[in-house]
Design a protein. Structure first.
Ligand code: FES
Length: 125
């Protein structure tokens, strides 16, 4: 895909986010915010036999932070906890698909940080 198509996909996720929902029950939950702008994301999820079975998020913020959360949650449902814990900023850059400067990369990484925080606490139980 070229940059324009990736941008359209981002906007599509921003306008019609996947997994922006409240779950009936959850096994883990975490939230955080970007201190430079105050934008926030909270993610909750269910786990069965080490596999993430559902994710729901809420949050407010810029197109990148909210669209990245939609894309990440869509990608991670059905994956093992270990696979998600192993994701890095390079994986998020690949998922977003367009070059991001350091400030925008922080917007995109907020969701991964929150999801991994929630899973880390879940793993310690
Ligand atoms: Fe706040 Fe992007 S400007 S997370």
């Amino acid at each position: 895909m070229n940059d324009k198509l990736y941008q359209e996909e981002l906007l599509e996720h921003y306008k019609y986010p996947k997994h922006r929902k409240k779950l009936a029950t959850h096994d883990f939950k975490a939230g955080d915010y970007n201190p430079s702008c105050g934008d926030r994301i909270a993610i909750e999820g269910t786990v069965n036999d080490n596999v993430i079975t559902d994710l729901g998020f809420e949050g407010s913020g810029c197109v990148i932070s909210q669209a990245a959360t939609s894309m990440l949650t869509e990608m991670c449902v059905g994956n093992t906890i270990e696979a998600v814990m192993a994701l890095t900023k390079d994986d998020i850059s690949t998922l977003i698909g367009i070059p991001l400067g350091p400030t925008r990369l922080k917007c995109a990484l907020l969701c991964l940080q929150v999801l991994q925080e929630g899973l880390a606490v879940y793993q310690q139980r």
